[in-house]
Design a protein around this ligand. Structure first.
Ligand code: BG6
Length: 484
């Protein structure tokens, strides 16, 4: 018999996905392309070195539309959820999931961003998906924008740099809230709001090589301000419906000082402030924190605000925090050895093991993070992503013996249970991800996170058939017994 963990009866166990990583069907029923679907697959000699995948410019996006070079764009194909959603939702239910986190593709609802009326075909697809979830008794959490701003908005309006995009986004958000509030209780306006803008700075092809990284970074804070305002306006609008809740979503890469040298402790505090607390502070406390003012001054950020912006932020904080947690890292003034494999390079921790992509596995760090966020904000917490990406193949029995995933999940669940005993108000968890999907960062299909194996390779060759891994059966048993 394993170890029994304690969780509240009503705890929301679930799985998370994102539209461009699962749906496919990129050119049907009036959909436009988002920037995520304009990033080609690149063969990497070293899986940790993502530098080649980041070589994106406006020209590379334009070239991708007609795809004259015949490249493969994995997020146009996903895992074919668009056609197989009924089977997938049934498998989620049978595993014991209670909640399904998914995103709606803005590109299906307002393909150009500036249409007067929404695309009915797009709404119909999501209504069918939600009906299916309802039929299977699954609660739904929706991300409104999971890195996938429609490309026409970037091409014609300069993306989030342009304040007009707030209204386009709000029009989209109001339509989906009005249409789907009876199916969806939990809404997240932006996925990993602390990475989205960074990603868009890369993805909108800042081609001006004369600008330093700091200058480019400074420019992204204006875009971020627009997203904060857009999110606060969604909160304001949501008050029309008492039964729905709006939360935020931050990529929480927990950091520790490399050692007890005060210079490294202070460095870690400053990195924590600007890389994570800044985002929560604006979205929960409703104001730009004092430490950000000094930081902005030092790197040359001059935010343009419209009158009323600060009041909108102050009056419309989100009701709950969600965050993704995959790894932790170390911080020191003179950065020592680094790991790769992500948008940012992170400091190595000699006490932790890492995945093939250099993501350092740290279950205790999850308990630490939960306590840190609860102490600071005192609002309900939800882990909206957590999981492990691994290279995997089906064995002769048409399954995958993924004991490493079972260990990973079990160890993280144990720390969640400990955090709840510490007094943290944690009300749910959605693993990334119940089913194999295209990787967001490296565009591979072979970086597999699922408990359900999908028969596609990096070039979308395969049957697309679904097979249950060992972790699927383990998870199903965990749902019944709470034993790890
Ligand atoms: C998060 C994203 O950053 O991490 C997901 O919200 C993503 O979209 C997940 O898939 C894992 O990252 P990756 O790059 O391994 O797919």
């Amino acid at each position: 018999m394993g170890k029994k963990l304690e969780f509240p009866q009503e705890f929301l166990w679930g799985g998370a996905t994102a539209a461009t990583q699962i749906e496919g069907a990129y050119d049907v029923d009036g959909k436009s392309l988002s920037i995520m679907e304009m990033i080609p697959f690149v063969e990497l000699e070293d899986r940790k070195d993502l530098s080649k995948t980041r070589n994106l410019t406006m020209q590379s996006f334009l070239d991708s539309i007609e795809n004259k070079k015949g490249l493969h764009y994995p997020k146009r194909f996903g895992n074919d959820f668009y056609h197989r959603y009924k089977e997938d939702i049934r498998l989620f239910k049978e595993a014991g999931l209670k909640i399904f986190r998914m995103s709606i593709a803005w590109t299906r609802i307002f393909p150009n961003g500036d249409e007067k009326e929404p695309n009915q075909k797009g709404l119909e697809f999501y209504r069918n998906v939600f009906e299916e979830c309802k039929k299977q008794g699954l609660e739904v959490m929706v991300t409104m924008n999971h890195f996938d701003t429609p490309f026409p908005i970037i091409q014609n309006y300069n993306g989030w740099k342009n304040r007009e995009v707030i209204d386009m986004y709000l029009k989209y958000a109001k339509v989906i809230i009005d249409e789907f509030n009876q199916y969806v209780k939990y809404w997240l306006p932006f996925n990993e709001i602390n990475l989205g803008v960074l990603f868009s700075a890369i993805a909108t092809g800042e081609e001006d090589a004369s600008k330093s990284f700091v200058e480019k970074l400074a420019a992204t804070y204006q875009e971020l301000h627009h997203q904060f305002i857009a999110q606060a306006k969604v909160v304001e609008y949501s008050k029309k419906y008492e039964h729905i809740k709006i939360g935020c979503m931050v990529a929480d890469t927990t950091t520790y000082p490399l050692d007890c040298n005060p210079i490294n402790v202070l460095e870690n505090q400053q990195k924590e402030q600007m890389k994570k607390f800044f985002y929560y502070d604006v979205m929960i406390k409703g104001e730009y924190p004092s430490y950000s003012k000094r930081f902005f001054k030092e790197i040359g950020v001059n935010l343009e605000m419209a009158s009323g912006d600060l009041e909108i932020l102050k009056n419309n904080p989100v009701e709950f925090i969600t965050f993704s947690y995959y790894m932790s890292s170390t911080i020191s003034k003179e950065m020592g050895e680094l790991t790769e494999g992500n948008l940012m390079r992170l400091g190595k921790n000699p006490f932790l093991k890492a995945t093939d992509w250099g993501w350092q596995i740290d279950p205790l760090g999850l308990r630490y993070t939960l306590n840190q966020l609860w102490d600071r904000y005192q609002v309900p917490l939800f882990i909206s992503e957590n999981g492990i990406g691994v290279l995997e193949k089906l064995n002769a029995n048409n399954t995958v013996e993924d004991d490493y995933r079972i260990d990973y999940l079990g160890q993280h669940f144990e720390q969640m249970s400990e955090a709840i005993k510490d007094g943290v108000d944690l009300f749910g968890y959605t693993m990334w991800t119940p089913i194999d999907v295209v990787s967001a960062g490296s565009n591979e299909f072979s970086k597999r996170y699922g408990m359900i194996f999908v028969d596609y390779d990096d070039y979308h060759n395969g049957t697309g058939d679904r097979y249950l891994k060992k972790s699927y059966h383990w998870f199903k048993n965990f749902m019944e017994t709470k034993e790890i």
